[in-house]
Design a protein around this ligand. Structure first.
Ligand SMILES: Nc1ncnc2c1ncn2[C@@H]1O[C@H](COP(=O)(O)OP(=O)(O)OP(=O)(O)O)[C@@H](O)[C@H]1O
Ligand SMILES: [Mg+2]
Length: 429
């Protein structure tokens, strides 16, 4: 029998708000609904206007709802990496059961025990990513359930962020009438699936070139280890074009997307287009080569800033190279330019799902996939309210272990009827 689950993600970006409805049947994701609305009220990844943001979220939700007939109630929310700190934490518990078999309950308790570490009042916990479990003295365990032991330990990375930042995001989501099913740090969810196992293990910089910000996430030994955010993105390229070509921002944005090229040497002299001049009836003619210089200068600066940030984060070497994503990564010639400036291997990641084959959708897709792989690991259903922490131990997406006790004792296992009811609630209101 087919097993079908519905996952809905919300990515509140500086340029646009994306809502995706994903249907996961037999472990295959199909994106069945997309909402994508220009955002107002977000600068450099942080919310500066609550009302405008709430409105844009509602609009994006409506779009996705209309496409599918599914009423959106709960979302998987991405938190931007601004002001994020990653720090190692440890949890320890004694195994509870008489036969000393480690169960879901022990796993839950060890995760909780790692969270008791005091978090400063101005910080908020976003995710806890297990690095390894240790059963008695045996380490490097990815999933301890089913093993026999006395003492269960967990080494994890705790991700915290500014309380103000996260509370403003939550406020907007709640005011848009949505519940939150799960929260993940954006580059954690996005990078986990955009990078190959080798890239995650070798040391790779995952760079999300967004509208208002550029997010750097470094993966090493299979885990997210460092993050940094630079307050520049595609909007700066648009602004440069708008100033130099003397054309309105909307025009500059269209031209960038249609004719833009990042690498002067490869840009075309023959690709000529008309550009309306602001405040007049006249148009000017420009070539792709001409604008590639403007775009290239700004991008070069952005990549230099990325290099500075990597140095500040203490990254000396990137054996796995660089993976670019985010809306700006769609620019032709960007990989060549990045290779030249950063002097390393560079590839572009674009999600490979019908309806979202653009690098701007990487985060929204990653949120769904991350939530699904956690559900698999914990044996929970997307309709349940999760109580667990983030799992991401090891280099492979966590796989659920068959565990009879959990299967028998899980009263919240979804029934097909419940899920159908949820989907059709809309029609009974
Ligand atoms: N085909 C394209 N060519 C060039 N730039 C593009 C293209 N498509 C999108 N962009 C640019 O990508 C940016 C938006 O990217 P994205 O949707 O990833 O950002 P965001 O998530 O809204 O913002 P942020 O991550 O900074 O909060 C915009 O500046 C847009 O102009
Ligand atoms: Mg983004």
């Amino acid at each position: 029998m087919n097993h079908q689950d519905i996952y809905i993600s919300l990515d509140i970006g500086s340029s646009s708000i994306k809502v995706l409805i994903g249907d996961i049947t037999n472990n295959q994701l199909h994106v069945i609904g997309v909402g994508n609305v220009k955002s107002n009220g977000i600068r450099k990844g942080a919310i500066v206007d609550i009302d405008a943001t709430v409105q844009a979220i509602r609009k994006a939700v409506d779009q996705a709802e209309r496409m599918t007939g599914i009423k959106i109630d709960e979302v998987i929310l991405g938190i931007p990496a601004n002001q994020t700190t990653l720090q190692p934490v440890k949890g320890v518990v004694a195994v509870n059961s008489e036969n000393r078999e480690i169960t879901d309950d022990d796993l839950e308790r060890v995760i909780e025990s790692a969270q008791v570490m005091s978090i400063p009042p101005e910080r908020e916990l976003v995710n806890l990513i297990p690095r390894q479990f240790i059963v008695d003295n045996l380490d490097e365990i990815k999933d301890p359930r089913g093993m026999i032991g006395i003492r269960l330990e967990m080494d994890a990375t705790m991700i915290t962020t500014s309380k103000t930042l996260v509370h403003n995001v939550l406020r907007c989501v709640e005011r848009a009438g949505l519940k939150i099913r799960e929260i993940y740090l954006q580059p954690l969810a996005a990078g986990f699936f955009a990078l190959t196992e080798d890239e995650k293990n070798q040391g790779t910089a995952f760079i999300d070139l967004g509208g208002g910000s550029t997010t750097i996430a470094v993966f090493e030994d299979g885990l997210l280890t460092r993050t940094g955010v630079i307050p520049v993105g595609g909007e700066h390229i648009t602004k440069d074009l708008s100033i130099v070509l003397k054309t309105p921002t909307e025009q500059a944005e269209l031209i960038k997307k249609q004719f833009g090229h990042a690498f002067y040497d490869d840009a075309s002299d023959d690709e000529i287009f008309e550009v309306p001049v602001s405040g007049t009836d006249v148009t000017d003619q420009y070539s792709q080569k001409f604008i590639s210089e403007i775009i290239g200068v700004r991008l070069e600066e952005m990549f230099e800033l990325v290099l500075d940030e990597l140095a500040r984060l203490g990254v000396r070497d990137l054996p796995g190279g660089v993976v670019l994503t985010g809306g700006v990564a769609q620019l032709e010639g960007i990989a060549q330019l990045a290779r030249q400036v950063m002097q390393t291997r560079v590839r572009i990641y674009t999600p490979d799902y019908i309806g979202v084959r653009e690098p701007a959708f990487t985060t929204a897709v990653g949120l769904i996939r991350y939530a699904h792989s956690e559900d698999e690991f914990y044996g929970r259903s997307p309709n349940q309210t999760p109580v667990y922490a983030t799992i991401g131990a090891g280099s492979t997406p966590p796989k659920k272990q068959t565990n009879t006790t959990e299967k028998e004792n899980n009263p919240n296992k979804p029934s097909v009827i419940n899920r159908a009811k949820k989907l059709f609630d809309k029609f009974f209101e």
